[in-house]
Design a protein around this ligand. Structure first.
Ligand code: GRF
Length: 213
């Protein structure tokens, strides 16, 4: 059984999707805690509803990033996670912390990486005029939004799309690919060896979700 920790900053719709998938598919893995960097993160309510322990490491309580990450590190060490899922955790983490749990971090990003790393991805996609947009699940490395890609969902951009409408369709796609990829990592069906992803029992087609407009 794998120990999964989910980190959030806000709404928590991806967290809700992960919890829902874990229950539907009767994962043998356990979501052992949800950690938020904001006491007021609305997503904490999903964890509480499902009796998943919550931990808050409020960034504003610490003088600098180092002090904040030191406390986060202690919490994570105590939780002993096999998978740490960044589900809308809006904070860039330092290389030392990433290294400490190397190959266990997994992130959802709302674009087809390597296009549009960083923030405001839907606005930038519309401005750029791309015809397809989407979401990416990747392993986390010290470089921002750049780790090896586990799964992608392709979402067509419609002529009438606004940032909101496009973002909503991408979010629905996120909810499909993220829990699935978390399960692969927790199952050991994907591993990173010498910088290369090694797959076992996951068909290449499962790593791509195409959303029809
Ligand atoms: C998602 O779009 C995710 O891709 C991005 O932040 C957003 C979080 O949404 N990293 P939610 O909190 O999971 O609803």
């Amino acid at each position: 059984m794998g120990r999964i920790v989910v980190l959030i900053s806000g709404r928590g719709s991806n967290l809700e999707a992960i919890i829902g998938c874990a229950q539907r598919e009767r994962w043998s893995h356990q979501i052992v805690a949800v950690v938020a960097d904001r006491r007021l993160a609305p997503g904490l309510a999903f964890a509480e509803r499902w009796k998943i322990p919550t931990i808050v490491v409020e960034r504003a309580d610490y003088p600098d990033r180092e002090a904040f990450e030191q406390v986060l590190l202690q919490q994570l060490l105590a939780l002993n996670p096999d998978v740490i899922a960044l589900a809308g955790f809006l904070r860039v983490l330092g290389a030392a912390l990433i290294e400490r749990f190397a190959h266990r971090w997994i992130n959802i990003h709302p674009s087809l990486l390597p296009a549009f790393p960083g923030l405001q991805t839907h606005r930038r996609a519309l401005q750029a005029g791309v015809r397809v947009h989407g979401a990416t699940v990747h392993l986390v490395t010290a470089a921002l939004d750049a780790g090896p890609i586990l799964a992608q969902a392709v979402v067509p951009v419609l002529p009438e799309d606004t940032e909101t409408s496009l973002g909503q369709r991408v979010l629905l796609a996120e909810h499909q690919i993220f829990p699935r990829a978390i399960a692969w990592l927790a199952d050991g069906r994907v591993r990173l060896r010498d910088g290369v992803l090694q797959w076992q029992g996951v068909d290449a087609s499962e790593r791509l979700l195409g959303v029809v407009a």
